[in-house]
Structures are given as structure tokens and as C-alpha cells.
Design a protein around this ligand. Structure first.
Ligand SMILES: NC(=O)c1ccc[n+]([C@@H]2O[C@H](COP(=O)([O-])OP(=O)(O)OC[C@H]3O[C@@H](n4cnc5c(N)ncnc54)[C@H](O)[C@@H]3O)[C@@H](O)[C@H]2O)c1
Ligand SMILES: O=c1ccn([C@@H]2O[C@H](COP(=O)(O)OP(=O)(O)O[C@H]3O[C@H](CO)[C@@H](O)[C@H](O)[C@H]3O)[C@@H](O)[C@H]2O)c(=O)[nH]1
Length: 495
């Protein structure tokens, strides 16, 4: 293996051929994204750093902190070769000629913009760290999802604090926006073959040179035609816009699911019929209990806040409705469970299949299952949860109300973590499918028969993801409710 280190050439202080990359933030984005860069660019040294030593230790172990199909193989191939995970943030900053800032940007929980605006203090801390330790010119890349014009704040911080290199020349920073579009569960596939790579830069010679240097990194495996260079603000806004448009489709189909249930129409048929129109397209029209994940809600709230700050109240109200519809979908589903179980689930056992916000990830951020389980807890049900990837600790943490005395103990009494579908469903009155894991989707008729046999009668099944064969399950004996597919048939004479 050739040496991966070495200094790069530059145009007016902008590194033009990237040799060393630092990624600040070893999370769901920084870890997989920069591991794939290391795999595809063996001539570049990639160091992923984080202030969280537990996370870094996990990245250096056999059990990575992020579950993603294909990620283990990527990391195994490059780690120790040109991919390194470290807590030494300063050393990695100093060595790099390009730095990805890939830290978390959660919704603010206090202060101005509470509940809507993005909390940018992790981005600012990283930027200040770069400014204080850098001893050479660098390209700084916003990978985190940020509000429009964040790059301007970063630039001000960097320029106000920039120092001199060893040869006496002032060091300079070029800021790029390069939002990430990967979806969890398919991150490696998405990174290997992205629909597009978006790079925003200032419209200056140095800005363009920096954008070209980053483009050159991606062109090691992505066709140049897929790299789209724009202005900085368009790039920042495009990330929020893309997520808002995707989430809007889900809220739209979920609103139609409610109409389907009231009329007897089938939402899958409606989605298919609409999706056949090339202008509409068939993707992202799967009705569900509601969308989850760390991004959609956070980024739309960010867009709502941005619009309101700009005095665009109607625009802000418009996007806020996407979130409200999602909340309504989750609540409508939970209410359906209670009303179908004869208006009470107190002391009844409810089996919840799936806790992650989607399949093929262990991530539970904003998962619909959390909202449902909290609702069931308030109705004083006993809950048995099975998820193939989410840990017991994570589930207990997610269901415990912060600040409520003894709630952790109460959760332990009310919630049991099961080891299999069958284990969760034994003696239950109802099964609730919250995540579309293949294990649930592909369960055989015999498996469902065994589950049915072990449940209380009547046995109800609520499919929040539209994945099971409702006809087959009705043959087995279940009373089935699937989102957007008509009313629950409790008594066959009503059929
Ligand atoms: N999760 C996704 O699928 C996804 C996809 C696209 C974009 N994004 C965006 O990417 C960003 C990161 O998301 P994530 O899911 O990876 O978050 P994450 O919480 O999993 O990871 C962020 C990491 O940054 C670290 N960090 C925070 N401040 C730091 C600092 N000053 N120095 C070093 N490390 C620091 C944290 O310890 C954490 O490990 C967010 O802005 C998010 O909106 C996420
Ligand atoms: O037709 C659909 C598609 C998705 N979902 C749900 O929507 C949520 C989000 O799914 P998905 O978008 O596949 O996963 P994320 O990892 O949240 O990815 C989104 O958020 C990322 C973070 O910004 C972006 O990078 C991705 O492009 C964007 O798809 C999940 O709960 C899904 O179950 C539906 O209910 N119906």
C-alpha cells in the first residue's frame, strides 16, 4: 500500500488534490460516509474523530456502534489501512486538508426557537476548534444538515480566528456545503451509488477550486454527471427541501389512508394507481403508522422556523401541516387499537413487533413505536416488545419519561423485551407491527398459526406498515387492521 500521507498542491491557499481527510462526528452519517470514502479512495488518509470515547472505541471494535447492512465489510477492509477512528480531534484537524463537519444538529429544546430551530452549538464548537488548531489552509465541508446561511456564520468564525502558517503566510478556509442524502438501512448502497452529490460553494475562484477538489474525491467512484455544483445557500436549502418533499408524500398518502379506512378503498391500490402517472412516480407512497427517524421531523421543523423567521407565515403553516399530519397518523392508529379492543387495554398484554424507526437499522430516533408504546403505557397495558436489532437498554431509555420519579422502575414493570416474535405474542390480546422487518413480512402461515394459537381470543393484529398478507392472516383467524385497508372486521357476519 502506497503512503497515504503527504502535502497537497493549492490554488491561492485552497488545497486542490485532497490527500488527508478529517471527519468530525463519528455518528450515523460521519462513520458510514467517510468509511466509504476511505474504501473508494485508498490514496486518501481518512480519520474520523469524535468527542465521545465510547463511540470511537466501538468503531475500533468488532461491534460497530451503527448497524448498517454492508458497513462491517467496508470498515474491516480499510480500518488501519487508510481509515482511522480517534478521539484526538486536534491532531486530525491539523493533518487534514479537507474536514467534514458531521456533528448532530438536533431540534433546540430550550431558548429562542425551542421545539423548532436547529441547535447549532455542536457545529459552532467544531468550527471554533478548527479555527484554533489549524496551522494550514483547509477546505471545510458542512456535512451536517443546517439552516440556510450557516456557512456564513462558520466563515465569520474561521476568518476572525485564522492564524499564520509556519512560513508566515495567513492560512485560509474555504467553506463548502455537501449535504448527505443517505437513508439509514440502505446507507452503504446509497453511498456507493448516490442519485446525486450536491456541492455548494461561493461563486469565487477559490470557492470553485474547493468544490472541484471535493468533486475529485467523489469522482473516484461517482460519475461526474451526478455531481451537481450550486451556490452555498441553494445547497443548504436543498437538503431541507428534499426531506420536506419526501415527508410530505408520506403525510399525503397517510391522509388518504384515513379516507380509505372510512370508505373501504385500499390505500395500496390508490398509491399504485397514482404512482403509475410518471409525474407522480411510485416511490415514497407507502402508507404507514407514521414516519420516524432523526431527520424528517427535525428538518421540517427547521424549515418551519426558517420560514417564520423570514416573515413567511403561510409557508411556515404549510410545512408544519406535514408534521401535524404525522402526529395525527400515529395517534389515529393508537386510538384504533384501543377502540377495537373494546375500548380498554388496561392490564391487557400487547405485543409490539419492531421498535426501530424502519427496517435494517437499530436506530430508534423518533420511531413511531415510541409514541405508540407511550400511549399504551398511559392506558395501563402490559407491553412485550421484540425488535431484531434494538437493544433492551435503548428501548427502556426511550420509554422512560425524563424527570418523572421512579419511571424507569415503572417501565420495567410494564414493559418486557421479548426474544422472538413468538415470545412477544404468547398470551397477548393484540399484535402491533411497528417496523417493516423482513422477519415479520416473510413469516410463514405456519409461524402465524403458532402465534395465533398462543394468543388470547379474539386475537387482533394491527399492521402499521402494510406488510402482512391480510387475507392469509384472516384465514388463520386473526382480526386484522392494516393502515388504509378498510375497517377491522371483528365479527364475520359484518364482512
Ligand atoms: N442520520 C441520518 O440518516 C442522516 C442523513 C443525512 C444527514 N444527517 C445529518 O447529519 C448530521 C449528523 O447526524 P448523525 O445521525 O450522524 O448524528 P449522530 O448523533 O449519530 O452523530 C453525531 C456525532 O457528532 C459528535 N460530536 C458532536 N460534537 C462534536 C465535536 N465538537 N467534536 C467531535 N465530535 C462531536 C457526537 O458525539 C456524535 O457522535 C445531522 O446534522 C443530521 O441531520 C443525518
Ligand atoms: O413510503 C414511505 C417511505 C418511508 N416511510 C417512513 O419514513 C421514515 C423515514 O424513512 P427513510 O426516508 O427511508 O429513512 P431516513 O434514514 O430517515 O432517510 C431520510 O432522511 C435522511 C436524513 O436527512 C435523508 O438523508 C434521506 O434522504 C431521507 O430519505 C421511516 O419511518 C419509514 O418507515 C413511510 O412511512 N412510507
Amino acid at each position: 500500500m502506497a503512503a497515504v500521507n503527504g502535502s497537497s498542491s493549492n490554488i491561492q491557499g485552497v488545497p486542490t488534490h485532497v490527500k488527508s481527510i478529517c471527519c468530525i462526528g463519528a455518528g450515523y452519517v460521519g462513520g458510514p460516509t467517510c468509511s466509504v470514502i476511505a474504501l473508494k479512495c485508498p490514496h486518501i488518509k481518512v480519520t474520523i474523530v469524535d468527542i465521545n470515547p465510547v463511540r470511537i472505541a466501538a468503531w475500533n471494535s468488532d461491534v460497530l456502534p451503527v448497524y448498517e447492512p454492508g458497513l462491517d465489510e467496508v470498515v474491516r477492509e480499510c480500518r488501519g489501512r487508510n481509515l482511522f477512528f480517534s478521539t484526538d480531534v486536534d491532531a486530525a484537524i491539523k493533518e487534514a486538508d479537507l474536514i467534514f463537519v458531521s456533528v448532530n444538529t438536533p431540534t433546540k429544546t430550550s431558548g429562542v426557537g425551542k421545539g423548532f430551530a436547529a441547535d447549532l452549538h455542536y457545529v459552532e464548537a467544531s468550527t471554533r476548534r478548527i479555527a484554533s488548531v489549524a496551522t494550514s489552509s483547509k477546505i471545510i465541508v458542512e456535512k451536517s444538515t443546517v439552516p440556510c446561511r450557516t456557512a456564513a456564520s462558520m466563515r465569520t468564525i474561521l476568518e476572525s480566528n485564522s492564524t499564520f502558517a509556519a512560513d508566515g503566510t495567513q492560512i485560509s478556509f474555504q467553506i463548502l456545503s455537501n449535504p448527505e442524502f443517505l437513508a439509514e438501512g440502505t446507507a452503504i448502497r446509497d453511498l456507493f451509488a448516490p442519485d446525486r452529490v450536491l456541492i455548494g460553494s461561493l461563486d469565487t475562484q477559490q470557492g470553485k477550486a474547493a468544490a472541484n477538489a471535493l468533486s475529485e474525491v467523489y469522482e473516484n467512484w461517482v460519475d461526474r454527471s451526478k455531481v451537481y455544483q450550486t451556490g452555498l445557500w441553494s445547497s443548504e436549502l436543498s437538503k431541507l427541501a428534499a426531506n420536506a418533499l419526501l415527508a410530505q408524500r408520506i403525510s399525503s398518502i397517510n391522509s388518504l389512508a384515513a379516507i380509505c379506512e372510512a370508505t373501504g378503498a385500499n390505500v395500496d391500490e390508490v398509491a399504485h394507481a397514482c404512482g403509475l402517472d410518471g409525474r407522480i412516480g411510485n416511490k415514497f407512497l407507502k402508507a404507514s403508522v407514521g414516519f420516524g427517524g432523526s431527520c424528517f421531523q427535525k428538518d421540517i421543523l427547521n424549515l418551519v422556523y426558517l420560514s417564520e423567521s423570514l416573515g413567511l407565515k403561510e409557508v411556515s403553516d404549510y410545512w408544519h401541516q406535514v408534521i401535524k399530519m404525522n402526529e395525527y397518523s400515529k395517534e389515529r392508529f393508537a386510538r384504533k387499537v384501543v377502540s377495537t379492543l373494546f375500548n380498554t387495554i388496561t392490564f391487557k398484554k400487547i405485543a409490539v413487533l419492531g421498535f426501530a424507526f424502519k427496517k435494517d437499522t437499530g436506530d430508534t430516533r423518533e420511531a413511531a413505536a415510541i409514541t405508540l408504546c407511550k400511549y399504551f403505557r398511559q392506558e395501563r397495558a402490559f407491553i412485550a416488545i421484540y425488535d431484531p436489532k434494538v437493544t433492551t437498554n435503548q428501548i427502556m431509555l426511550d420509554l422512560t419519561e425524563p424527570g418523572v420519579v421512579d419511571d424507569a422502575e415503572a417501565v420495567r414493570k410494564q414493559v418486557r423485551i421479548a426474544t422472538s416474535m413468538q415470545d412477544a405474542c404468547d398470551d397477548a390480546e393484540a399484535v402491533i407491527i411497528c417496523t417493516e422487518w423482513d422477519e415479520f413480512k416473510n413469516a410463514s402461515k405456519q409461524e402465524w398459526e403458532a402465534i395465533y394459537k398462543a394468543m388470547k381470543k379474539p386475537s387482533f393484529l394491527f399492521d402499521g406498515r402494510g406488510i402482512v398478507d391480510t387475507k392469509m392472516l384472516r384465514e388463520v383467524g386473526f382480526k386484522v387492521h392494516a393502515v388504509g385497508k378498510g375497517p377491522v372486521i371483528v365479527d364475520p357476519v359484518w364482512a
